[in-house]
Design a protein around this ligand. Sequence first.
Ligand code: HAM
Length: 407
Amino acid sequence: MNLLRGMRDIYSPEIDKYDFIIDTARKIFSKYSYTRISTPLLEEFDLFKRSAGDETDIVSKEMYDFFDKGNRHIALRPEGTAGVVRAYLNSNMHKINPVVNWYYYGSMYRYEAPQKGRYREFSQIGVESFGIRSAFQDAEIISMALEFLKTLGLKDLSLEINTLGNINSRKKYIEKLKEYLLDNFDKLSDNSKVRVYKNPLRVLDSKEDDEIVKNAPKLIKYLDEESLNFFEDLKKYLKMFNINYTVNENLVRGLDYYQDTVFEIKSSMLGAQSTVLGGGRYDKLLEDLTNTKIPAIGFAGGIDRIALLIDEKMIEKNEEKIFVVYFENTKHKLIEIVEKLRNLDLIVNFEYETKSFNSQMKKANKLGATKVVILGEEELADNMVSVKDFKTSEQKKVSIDNLKEVV
Ligand code: HAM
């Protein structure tokens, strides 16, 4: 039985990193007043088409979409923002109390060519904030993302920012860009040749067309004053937060819903798939979907990529693992002792079949026990057990009524 391409089974110790990432996110994001939302894996195909954009790679090439038994066109979510936006609108919060901060995590699906750090099933942890348009908030959300990644012990991170302006000024720019790309069509890579017609902005982040991109018209020249001021404010606030950044004027992101601020946090340790986290503002999306004028911003980090960067030492737990050794004539006390130890929140193992002392000690070692609790006949007669510490080799006796002393 084969695992599907681009899918993985993840288990301990690797999965411990995933738990660590989510626990850390919960702690950090809640300090900034974010609460958790969970949305379905399956949504209507149209939701992604209308939000991410039907000319994007994600929607046009990478969707896991199908018709269900009721002949509905549905898709496994390729990203989290669309579902969260739908939930926000469905909940009617925009009418009652529009400012809502949510975080979420879970599996996403994209039919991409798998490689290190790029899978067809992957996990994201993201946040979405509705109801505020402020460059100060953009800087704060970037600051929160960096705090999150740094708390996980990630190093060598770099922040890139850009502005995409508003939809109208971008439209004018896209026309100019398309003209320029068509003039240089023969020199473009095959991928970009397709993109010129479908999604010309994406040519800007093509790695194969550096020369052409270098001389392309610049988006910033087409932006209106409000967008330019917003971007200047963002830079000012980032400085106030003491955050270093570079402006990457070719950073356009792979989804259509962005406007003004976009950003990515990259790691130099990941090779080709270097973007750990990305996001931006999408002030027009809710209006486009349901005529609700609510500004919004968010980001998502790739949990699998973050896990690749986490040093195992960061999650080494200082936990005691107890192995209980017993004999045929002390077996009747085993369950009571094991339960008492587990009630102390200790990890407890034992053999199900009575084995020799040596064989049980070997097993304890194999399982990485830190201490062995021995139920010897003599000890039990005194209502005691023996405790051997594997680290110090010390042995002591502890009363069964006071098993806390085991640790
Ligand atoms: P995205 O840049 O498409 O943005 O994905 C965010 C992150 O998910 C990437 O930076 C990367 O770490 C991870 N990622 C994406 N594709 C894969 C893959 N195939 N395998 C492993 N990791 C992957 C979004 O999805 C937006 N929804 C982010 C956002 C939220 N913007 C506003 N709010």
